[in-house]
Design a protein around this ligand. Structure first.
Ligand SMILES: Cc1ncc(COP(=O)(O)O)c(C=O)c1O
Length: 368
């Protein structure tokens, strides 16, 4: 190609984000896909890493704090990273239906990707413990929703048994392709920062995501794309903290329903991530979670769901241990719009109702 043509192409080619074809396309050499794999994508991934000065200011010591806002994925949570892989591989294997147990986000994501891939989806959820937005998503995306009288751990046992007995693919994070897809978030962080952060703060439920991030950080480190590995700092809600307490919890309770899990299936992998990264697992109370949730909304313009705010709550709780001048990334796993009930109950804003529809009444309230 002539030099002038090359220059022309350079200036007329669209910006990279318009070319984003989803994370499998972007990272296919790092993922277990072949030319034969049908890629089922909703263009997930490439989510923003946003600096949050209000959190850094509360810590001081010259730290830089970022949030990986994975709630901006197509169905509003990090689950889409794993689901594009799990559903693509299920399609490749000729599967016609998928199933999952869910605290809400997995069901939304599984339903959306199954529909895109032309498959049926069945989701089993704990009755009354799934945020409204997530339930709405699963129904709109066309899942068959079964709400059981029991918690997530019971639902997971049931779907494991069903997928063993019947021709239906399990797409919970015990499916290894889920973690493969989710590890790409670590790749993106390294590419954005030019290296891995010093700390990675992340909420834990079934502990698949922390295990996936650790895999991603290690792979880029071994490939010399990062000079260091982060400390993996995992946080659970105090009423639902089996990994912190080192034992299963039979009746987990927390406002952060997404991480209301008493017996995490990926616990062994999570413990390896903690030990090999010199990391730490701690718990945060529901009121600490809500404080972080409010700060992110009111001071940063970032609306995440309560489970996600556990990563920031955990960082603020352990701020005395943060090394000077360190770089920290907190993972915001889900979008705040998923749980409107929680948002309306937990904010410090003023909501005036029943106002006469005339200028005088309104200006009076506004203080003019
Ligand atoms: C919003 C949100 N954050 C965190 C988690 C926990 O992720 P993991 O189960 O991989 O630990 C979940 C799991 O459902 C979730 O939906």
């Amino acid at each position: 190609m002539a030099f002038s043509q090359k220059i022309k192409q350079l200036f007329t080619s669209p910006p990279k984000k318009n070319n984003w074809d989803g994370l499998i396309e972007a990272y296919k050499t790092w993922l277990p896909v072949t030319k034969k794999t049908p890629i089922i994508t909703l263009k997930e991934g490439a989510t923003p890493l946003i600096e949050v000065q209000s959190i850094a200011n509360r810590i001081g010591k010259g730290v830089k704090v970022y949030v990986k806002y994975d709630g901006l994925n197509p169905t509003g949570s990090f689950k889409d990273r794993g689901m594009t892989m799990a559903i693509s591989k299920a399609k490749e294997a000729g599967c016609e239906a998928v199933i999952c147990a869910s605290t809400g986000n997995t069901s939304a994501s599984a339903a959306a990707y199954a529909s895109k891939g032309g498959m049926r989806s069945f989701v089993i959820i704990p009755d009354g413990y799934v945020a409204q937005g997530k339930l709405a998503q699963a129904l709109v995306y066309g899942a068959e929703v079964l709400a059981i009288k029991g918690n997530f751990d019971k639902a997971l046992n049931i779907v494991r048994e069903l997928s063993d007995k019947y021709p239906i693919t399990l797409v919970n994070s015990v499916n290894p392709y889920r973690l493969q897809g989710q590890k790409t978030a670590a790749f993106e962080i390294i590419e954005n920062l030019g290296d891995a952060p010093d700390w990675l703060c992340i909420p834990m439920g079934n502990a698949g995501n922390i295990s996936a991030y650790w895999m991603g950080f290690q792979e880029f480190f071994q490939a010399k794309k990062a000079k260091q590995l982060p400390r993996m700092m995992g946080f659970q809600a105090s009423g639902s903290a089996p990994l912190v307490e080192g034992k299963s919890i039979s009746n987990p309770e927390t406002i952060a329903t997404a991480i209301r899990i008493g017996n995490p299936v990926n616990k062994e992998k999570a413990f390896i991530a903690r030990e090999s990264s010199n990391g730490k697992f701690s718990s945060v109370t529901d009121s600490e979670i809500i404080d972080a949730y409010k700060i992110l909304g009111k001071e940063e313009g970032i609306f995440c769901e309560p489970a996600s705010a556990a990563s920031v709550a955990g960082l603020l709780k352990t701020k005395d241990e943060v090394p000077k001048n360190s770089t920290i990334v907190c993972v915001l796993t889900g979008n705040g719009l998923k749980d409107p009930d929680c948002a309306i109950k937990n904010n410090d804003s003023v909501f005036h109702t029943g106002i006469d529809a005339e200028l005088n009444s309104i200006t009076k309230i506004m203080g003019f």
